[in-house]
Design a protein around this ligand. Structure first.
Ligand SMILES: [Zn+2]
Length: 257
């Protein structure tokens, strides 16, 4: 007579002990697959790439700005050059006429006067030309510096992408291997037990845990004496669950029953 054993509650599922044990292996695989998914999301390369992308965007903007400014300044420089050239040609013509010595005294005096004016004008324009040229040179160096920086960032990005892809490929490979293993593990497993496991796993992330030394390995809580008593009283093939985390509690020789 087994008066100590309470009637199994209506919703109590019954499944072979060996199937319950197999849930622990399946849970191990599922836990590892969750870790893989977490690793994929949190690869350090994601943050590195985001940082590099931000730097590249800044450099790209600075480069466009510097290139536009350099192009404008180059136009300004060509204009300044042409201005100087015009004055220089005019002075050369005047000088030639003066050297030829043709024309009256008054005309030659006027030419001399104009040449003096043109010389001052040329000097002023050359100052402008020089100033523009210096600005242009500075801008060109800036464009060059930014282009070099852009190339370096592209190279660094390619290197990080390579490392990220290698890490992802390794994780994907492990996932595929685990999925194959899992397919073998669930083969022939009690379908109601597996369905319950999957249902709990979907809602809380993990479906089964070992009861080890009176502690649920899922939520790490020690079972109270009433629950221990209930579990001790349960048949081996009764599927019992943790009252705290609702996981299927799998009993083994280490459960402390
Ligand atoms: Zn628990």
């Amino acid at each position: 007579m087994d008066h100590a054993r309470p009637e199994p509650r209506e919703h109590t599922l019954i499944a072979p002990t060996t199937d319950q044990w197999r849930l622990l292996d399946i849970q191990g695989v599922d836990t590892r697959m969750q870790q893989i998914a977490h690793s994929e999301r949190t690869l350090p390369q994601h943050a590195e790439l985001a940082e590099l992308e931000q730097q590249a965007a800044t450099v790209r903007d600075d480069l466009v700005r510097a290139q536009t400014e350099a192009s404008d300044t180059n136009r300004e420089f060509l204009k300044a050059e042409a201005d100087v050239d015009q004055v220089r040609q005019r002075a050369a013509r005047d000088q030639a006429r003066l050297d030829a010595g043709q024309g009256g005294h008054k005309e030659l005096e006027s030419l001399q006067h104009e040449l003096a004016t043109l010389a001052r004008r040329q000097s002023d324009l050359e100052d402008v030309e020089l100033e523009v040229m210096e600005r242009l040179e500075a801008l060109n160096s800036e464009v060059e510096r930014l282009s070099t920086e852009q190339a370096a960032l592209a190279e660094r990005t390619a290197e990080v992408v390579g490392r990220r892809d290698a890490a992802l490929a390794k994780l994907a490979e492990e996932r595929e291997r685990l999925q194959r293993e899992r397919s073998g593990m669930v083969l022939g497993l009690d379908t109601a037990l597996l369905a319950l496991y999957e249902k709990i796993r979907e809602s809380s992330g993990a479906g089964a845990a070992m009861l080890r030394a009176r502690r649920c390995e899922g939520c790490r809580l020690e079972l109270n004496p009433q629950d221990m008593q209930r579990i001790r009283a349960a048949a081996d093939d009764d599927v019992v669950r943790c009252e705290e985390c609702r996981r299927i509690l799998v009993r083994t020789g280490e459960s402390g029953l």
